[in-house]
Design a protein around this ligand. Structure first.
Ligand SMILES: *[C@@H]1O[C@H](CO)[C@@H](O)[C@H](O)[C@H]1NC(C)=O
Ligand SMILES: *[C@@H]1O[C@H](CO)[C@@H](O)[C@H](O)[C@H]1NC(C)=O
Ligand SMILES: *[C@@H]1O[C@H](CO)[C@@H](O)[C@H](O)[C@H]1NC(C)=O
Ligand SMILES: *[C@@H]1O[C@H](CO)[C@@H](O)[C@H](O)[C@H]1NC(C)=O
Ligand SMILES: CC(=O)N[C@H]1CO[C@H](CO)[C@@H](O)[C@@H]1O
Length: 343
């Protein structure tokens, strides 16, 4: 009886903008949305559009695919000379510079345009609702070319896209070759692209390897993680602290990947990977943290059982009355999108 009441109220709790007191982790049922076989892997970003279609994913062979209810089908691509013959299904990441590699994206809910950051040519793009060839928007900030773009988030109030350039001295090629991280590297940047002026601004310079950011639903601050410090930061867009940064969560279990808004107002999810063994090959334990605007961690969801020793790169939550809550998990090492729902 109590259980039934809890699950009825659980639905209420997941209506965005209604409650600020969320139900802890109801996501116990796991399933996989498989990518085409044989084929690409590594859905680093996962998003639904404003008509609740998808999810869309960006994968290793450079495509953006859309889930149509049963299968992932072609939606968009970035490089104007990307050849389907050469690139479709490739798992060789060194072809990234030719085939493209979308690592992060975010929908503008008003126009349903998808804003994408692409890692290899260090550029970003926009794709219209019909998909197809993306349009290049920007390649540098204040004359400094993008080097390792990682994630982005659309701000529907200010109509800008926030994104992070992880490092100016370490790039995607270094990462896939397993090159050692330059010690003490804090050349990362938090950036903003305005869809109104077409200009790129640097919000913060000198960040130690920032990962993909998320803006609060009221557009008052941005949160992002740092791979190196294993912390979550809060950058204020308005108010007396405007333009300054606080440490929001000082002690994650491991390195944070992308941060995304949760379904409820004022909450976020971040994918976190803990290294539990480094030799002979790295072994990870992947987690999803759910936290509030004040940095209160309310859920630490352990993905180790479903993801083995792979990493997770994004945890994206959606809610609608028909389906209830859904948690999508994207992983650079998986050939599927993980889907968690309530039992
Ligand atoms: C989804 O795409 C697959 C492959 O193109 C197709 O066979 C299937 O009919 C589509 N399903 C829906 C619901 O459109
Ligand atoms: C696209 O093709 C042109 C002409 O073949 C070539 O010069 C250019 O490097 C190619 N660009 C990419 C991103 O492969
Ligand atoms: C990464 O940096 C190296 C030099 O450090 C450069 O040779 C290579 O072209 C860069 N790769 C990409 C994808 O930008
Ligand atoms: C996460 O789950 C794995 C596998 O069950 C376990 O070994 C690990 O200790 C768990 N992590 C935490 C922080 O509880
Ligand atoms: C991968 C990709 O699309 N590269 C393009 C980036 O933008 C420059 C300038 O428009 C093009 O020349 C590249 O082909």
């Amino acid at each position: 009886m109590l259980y039934t009441m809890l699950s009825i109220f659980g639905i209420l709790f997941f209506i965005p903008h209604s409650f600020t007191f969320p139900l802890p982790d109801p996501y116990t049922k796991f399933s996989k949305l498989n990518l085409p076989v044989p084929g690409p892997f590594g859905p680093d970003s996962v998003a639904r559009d404003s008509n609740n279609q998808g999810p869309y994913v960006g994968v290793s062979d450079g495509r953006i695919l859309k889930y149509n209810g049963t299968d992932f089908v072609d939606f968009a691509y970035l490089s104007p000379n990307r050849s389907k013959q050469l690139c479709d299904g490739v798992t060789d990441l060194s072809l990234g510079p030719i085939c493209g590699r979308p690592l992060g994206f975010s929908f503008d809910p008003l126009t349903n345009y998808l804003y994408v950051v692409e890692i290899c040519q260090a550029i970003n793009f926009t794709v219209g609702p019909q998909g197809g060839q993306a349009t290049l928007l920007a390649t540098s900030a204040y004359g400094v070319p993008f080097n390792f773009l990682n994630g982005c988030d659309f701000d529907k109030i200010r109509r800008v896209v926030y994104f992070t350039d992880t490092s100016l001295v370490y790039n995607y090629t270094d990462a896939i070759l397993g090159n050692p991280l330059p010690p003490g590297d804090s050349s990362g940047r938090l950036l903003e692209y305005s869809t109104i002026t077409g200009l790129v601004r640097v919000l913060v310079n000198g960040i130690p390897r920032p990962s993909g950011p998320a803006v609060s639903a009221d557009s008052s601050f941005i949160v992002y993680g740092s791979y190196s410090t294993q912390q979550i930061y809060k950058y204020y867009l308005i108010g007396p602290k405007s333009g300054t940064t606080d440490v929001l969560i000082p002690n994650l279990l491991g390195s944070p990947a992308k941060t995304k808004r949760a379904a409820e107002f004022g909450y976020f999810w971040v994918a976190v990977n803990q290294v539990v063994q480094t030799q002979p090959t790295p072994v990870f334990q992947p987690y999803g943290y759910k936290f509030s605007s004040n940095g209160n961690v309310i859920v630490i969801k352990n993905f180790t059982l479903e993801y083995g020793n792979g990493r997770v790169n994004v945890v994206q939550e959606y809610f609608n009355l028909l389906e209830g809550g859904t948690l999508y998990v994207g992983s650079r090492s998986a050939n599927y999108v993980g889907k968690y729902t309530k039992c």
